[in-house]
Design a protein around this ligand. Structure first.
Ligand code: SRM
Ligand code: SF4
Length: 594
């Protein structure tokens, strides 16, 4: 990878950079005082600076927020614990790896595994003294958590298309290669968690990242049209597979997507990635280097709220950024090629690939795998992993695919799942089938309202309405995030809630059905009663007056509930922004979109 452009941020006087930049620079390549923090038995926490550095190691210090108030009353420190995010590019995992993940979740993770919106698994509730055992356990099956979080290239996502296994294998191989290439070398990880000796040597520890890594997290994704399951327009760097005459000829390159916005900070906003050109498969890794290098050297290192790549593009202009990427590549990108997306949701059930093998996509509500009284998720998947000869794949819609099953084994797979209570039939509504949520309470430190724990209740209240309007089988995307950070990629859903306070949400409408258009704020900071009243009105109107084939998000715009935000895939259009939250009065004063 190209070395840092040391004429820029890396050598800027440290006092002009943000605190996080100074911390990284002085951390001895992410070692900090983590080793000392781990042996401090007086507290379940680690030093504050180490909490930040440990993100690069794939873990977050959290505390159980359900217990916070009670422990405060008892004058106890918060119930500190850690979340560990596994690095699993493309979400592919072998049965042997699954068995180890299951064992570690039972031993150290409170019997829970959580499929994330970037198709990996998280352990929650891991105590400080169990961190090393957990990471060493992962290492035994060639898994790790390097750069699953932190200011670096995060988990690389890749479409899961069971029906196109050969193409998937090709694109997945590139996604893996991109992940292995783009993550930091992280000698610190090997020393701290595996006990390896520090190697003295002249070579730079991080030839690409230097001492200050990236200004902020950086997300890469590979998508195989027609399903935009990974929401490619939400990635910092997206590769859209172009298949011509049945052959993978290359990828359209999309840059600058991101969902996060900081609450009440107007200069932050969700934005969709823009397609800037086309590269051949053998140019993918160089493109990662060029794009990440551009962000590394030109991203904002003073104001963390504006440090994501989308803001670097906003500050410098798309043309300049594209020119800079091409300069680093040493060639001009080819013009983008035609492609089409039709949805961003997972088809559930069995699908056969071109080689005749079968793949079963199972819906996992909010991705939470625990042994509940009705569904024994962990037991079911452990039993399956003991006999399954294929792989497991996790999807960015938080579902699980039992992959590569021979025809003769299909009934065995179904029997094992059913014996443990896993439902294989369609849920009561298409909305329930496709809904995704972030984690939020009780583990997420940033949660302002419930998300994962609220979804079942909300759906129980929306479903009678859907049934009354004859919409139960209509696919309408619903996503909930417990705060404006948007971990469930809510700003591209047709209906979205983002938490503002316990029991209160912003309601957004009008996102594109296949992730091509941002939605718009419809109601600000409202309670459940207001949300249900609003949805009843809009859903009823949609059922009565939609045009044939018209999607709910499109209707919400046509009918004037929200104003249009231009579709994302238009090449080279200015970046999309959501206007800052508006008041009810402003909303009603707005002209209806045609
Ligand atoms: Fe996220 C922070 C969970 C996908 C945008 N996210 C967090 C933290 C770590 C909270 C924190 O910083 O203390 C959450 C931990 C909760 C917990 O208890 O597990 C958290 N994010 C998640 C997961 C687990 C949500 C889920 O329910 O699946 C997803 C893990 C993905 C993974 O495997 O890597 C997750 N987060 C996303 C996505 C979706 C995506 O990438 O496709 C986004 C929006 C896309 C983007 O990045 O723009 C996202 N998470 C954020 C942000 C806002 C970033 C920004 O640019 O402003 C934060 C806050 C931050 O970074 O400061 C955040
Ligand atoms: Fe936490 Fe907010 Fe992300 Fe939900 S969206 S997991 S509440 S940071």
């Amino acid at each position: 990878m190209s070395p840092p452009d040391r004429s820029r941020d890396i050598t800027q006087p440290l006092d002009r950079l943000s605190d996080d930049e100074r911390l990284k620079a002085g951390s001895d390549h992410l070692r900090g005082t983590i080793s000392q923090s781990l042996i401090d038995r007086i507290t379940g926490a680690v030093a504050e600076s180490d909490t930040k550095l440990m993100k690069f190691h794939g873990m977050y210090q959290q505390d159980d927020r359900d217990l916070r108030e009670e422990r405060r009353r008892q004058k106890l420190e918060p119930a500190y614990q850690f979340m560990i995010r596994v690095r699993m590019p493309g979400g592919v995992c072998t049965p042997a790896q699954w068995l180890k993940l299951d064992e570690l979740a039972r031993a150290h993770g409170n019997g829970s595994l959580r499929i994330t919106t970037r198709q990996t698994l998280q352990f929650h509730w891991v105590l400080k003294e169990a961190l090393r055992d957990t990471l060493q356990g992962l290492h035994e099956v060639l898994l790790d958590s390097i750069s699953a979080c932190g200011d670096d290239a995060r988990g690389v996502v890749c479409s899961v298309d069971p029906a196109m296994s050969a193409l998937h294998a090709q694109v997945y191989a590139l996604a893996r290669q991109a992940s292995d290439h783009a993550i930091p070398r992280m000698r610190a990880y090997h020393e701290i968690w595996y006990g390896e000796q520090r190697i003295a040597g002249g070579e730079s520890e991080e030839p690409f990242y230097g001492t200050t890594y990236l200004p902020r997290k950086f997300k890469i994704g590979f998508v195989i049209p027609p399903c935009n399951d990974i929401d490619v327009y939400a990635q910092d760097l997206g590769f859209i597979a172009i298949v011509e005459s049945g052959r993978l000829t290359g990828f359209n390159v999309a840059i600058g997507g991101g969902m996060g916005q900081t609450d009440r900070v107007k200069e932050t906003w969700p934005g969709l990635a823009q397609v800037i050109g086309f590269v051949a498969p053998e140019q993918v890794i160089a493109t990662c280097d060029a794009v990440m290098g551009t962000q590394r050297d030109h991203g904002d290192r003073k104001n963390r709220a504006r440090a994501r790549f989308k803001y670097t593009i906003d500050d410098h202009g798309l043309d300049w950024i594209k020119g800079e990427i091409e300069r680093r590549l040493g060639f001009a990108l080819e013009p983008a090629r035609a492609f089409e997306f039709t949805s961003n949701i997972d088809p559930l059930g069995w699908q056969q690939d071109e080689t005749g093998r079968w793949h079963l996509t199972v819906r996992v509500p909010s991705g939470r795998l625990v042994n509940r009284s009705d569904i024994h998720w962990l037991d079911a998947l452990r039993a399956l992993a003991r006999v399954h000869g294929g792989t497991f794949r996790l999807t960015t819609n938080q579902n699980l695919v039992v992959s590569q099953v021979p025809a003769a084994r299909r009934t065995d797979v179904e029997r094992i799942l059913r014996d443990h209570g896993v439902p294989l039939n369609e849920p009561a509504s298409a909305m329930r089938r496709d809904a995704i949520t972030c984690v939020a309470f009780p583990t997420c430190a940033l949660a302002m309202a419930e998300s994962e724990r609220y979804l079942p209740t909300l759906l129980d209240r929306i479903e009678p309405m859907l049934s009354r309007h004859g919409l139960s089988r209509d696919a309408i995307t619903l996503r909930i995030s417990g705060c404006p950070n948007g971990c469930a990629r809510p700003y591209i859903a047709e209906i979205a809630l983002t938490g503002r306070a316990p029991g209160r949400y912003n309601l957004y409408l009008g996102g594109g059905f296949h992730g091509q258009r941002l939605n718009r704020l419809y109601l600000e900071n409202v309670n459940e009663a207001a949300i249900l009243t609003a949805l009843d009105e809009v859903l009823g109107h949609y059922a009565r007056e939609r045009s044939p084939g018209e999607r709910f998000g499109d209707f919400a715009i046509r009918a004037g509930y929200v104003t249009a935000v231009r579709d994302g895939p238009d090449f080279n259009t200015p970046n999309q922004r959501i206007a800052p939250p508006r008041s009810q009065e402003q909303r009603h004063a707005e002209p209806a979109a045609g």
